[in-house]
Design a protein. Sequence first.
Length: 149
Amino acid sequence: MPAGQWSSAQGASTSTSDLSGRYGNGRPRGQALIVILAVLAGVSGVAWLIWVTGFHGRPLAQSGLTAYEIVDDHRATATLTVTRRNSGVVANCLLRAYAEDHTTVGELNFTLDGSDPKRVDLTKSVRTEREATSVELVGCTADGQPRPR
């Protein structure tokens, strides 16, 4: 065979030790450990997501503003609905009245105690320092639920 040409018979077979030296001995234990830890982290993340969705998807107290009316220069009324998970939950709610320049001109904090039914339709009056143009229901909180809903 002329020089510079390679034959498949020459050096075509390489030993297993040459291949393992060149490319490694399959999967080391470290890679298996990384895969196991990644799977555990994924399962833990999904379990946490399911718990958060279940916990925050059913708040202890939630509320909605149905309507509001500006009665005069120093008073506005709001009609709202408050729903609690059960009637024993004490709900603290906040209404705000705003002026035309978007400043707060009145607030009303009120509490629904455990003797009220689970779902309550209310009309509340907010005293204002000057004429309001809108009323916002910030929301209701309960023990264990710091975020108003």
